[in-house]
Design a protein around this ligand. Structure first.
Ligand code: ZN
Ligand code: ZN
Ligand code: ZN
Length: 84
């Protein structure tokens, strides 16, 4: 149970397919990139499988602080990569 910082919705709500607040990723150097949508194939999950961390549907944008969101700049894990 958690409320997303970006869309202010409950992340366990299965009616949510994408985070509407996750529209861009801003870096400290001023770069702004589009967030990478959740793709179950990246994690070798079945193609209907929701994100195990933030519960968005395949093709949706992740909620805030999701472990499975990738950095559009370096391809690493967004919450722990060196871009920030
Ligand atoms: Zn996620
Ligand atoms: Zn959200
Ligand atoms: Zn990065």
């Amino acid at each position: 149970m958690a409320v997303c910082r970006m869309c202010h919705k409950e992340t366990s709500d299965v009616s949510i397919i994408t985070c509407e607040g996750n529209t861009q990723v801003q870096y400290p150097d001023g770069t702004v990139l589009k967030p990478i949508p959740y793709d179950p194939k990246t994690f070798h999950f079945p193609n209907w499988y929701r994100c195990p961390d933030c519960n968005v549907a395949p093709g949706g944008k992740h909620h805030s602080n999701c472990d499975n969101e990738h950095c559009p700049k370096c391809g690493g894990q967004l919450i722990s990569c060196d871009c920030f």
